[in-house]
Design a protein around this ligand. Sequence first.
Ligand code: PLP
Length: 393
Amino acid sequence: MSGMSWDERLSPTVKMIAPSGIRKFFDIAAEMDDVISLGVGEPDFVTPWTIRESCVYGLEQGYTSYTANRGMAELRDEIARMHDERYGIKYDAKTEALVTVGVSEALDLALRSIIAPGDEVLIPEPCYVSYSACTVLAGGVAVPVPSRIENEFRVTPDDLAARLTEKTKALLIGYPNNPTGAVMTKDDLLAIARFAEEHDLIVISDEIYGDLTYGGEEHVCFAALPRMKERTILLNGFSKAYAMTGWRIGYALGSPEVIAAMTKIHQYAILCAPVTAQVAAIEALRRGDKYMRKMVAEYDRRRSFIYDGLTKIGLKCFEPKGAFYIFPDITSTGLTSNEFAEGLLKSEHVALVPGSAFGECGEGYVRCSYATSLDEIDEAIKRIGNFVKKHSK
Ligand code: PLP
């Protein structure tokens, strides 16, 4: 076809969405030597051997076909068992669970299953980059709800009420939080639960970092709060806790109606999550916890180290309580978060992510992942220190 312009023919909705701000710097970083990356949100551990071995064994046994659209029954049973044991919440593995290609797919399906054109979704920010993009791609309107460092990046019913309209259909929360490391206490979440009930909102709760909490903070599963199971779509997965980002396994738990709706889309778009990875995920839930706890203890050590280090070089930080990110305030340098990230990469060869990638209220901050070795963190802090010194006013 001559003279064809793809630009005119692409979907206007897709054109509206900006590419992820996380990846932008990695193309520059990839061309440089000696870069320390605190950029990508991915464990530096290899998946524990018992999990990898179960996959190898699965292949030997001939696990190479499609599975049920909803995922292998044994995996759904393990997922339901884990939620019952850990959080005292009961899900019917047959009708209330769906295995997906990462939490990424589960999030997309959840939004596509509930959104009618123009429905609004309240999204506390700063938050994971996909929340608002997937809402818009599903035909909804993403309504940012800023959270503040003064409140330890937690969100309150008053914050939400300020953005509520007649079109508000759902609330999308993710705690422990990427990028701030904030967690919500049980009381915080009970207040959010009352708000959701009062305004009859669906709650999508992304608990992918639920196993990664520190300093005695116990993760509170939102769906396990009184009367919340019926209105919550609970999302979780294996990427972070079991160092399984490349396996691409996540899941959604919720009422049979919403899980059936999500399964319908999944059936046509994906068919099923990869069988090899499902076999491995079963092993992760059966025997992976002791390895997961070791990794979490190591993240905790790094968390204290990076918090002390960044504070010492003069950056104001909120001490993270979950996930594996820290979100220092860089306004003392007079640079925007983009300028800071770009300047730091070019002059000191340290990659991190500008806070503005996680919503407007992330401006003035940068996200550093501490899912990397203590030596690298140590060296990165020194380099960030040099950069901050040069730019201190
Ligand atoms: N949710 C949050 C908060 C994340 O940080 C990420 C990945 O960084 C995801 C979901 C996507 O995870 P998955 O690998 O399961 O698709």
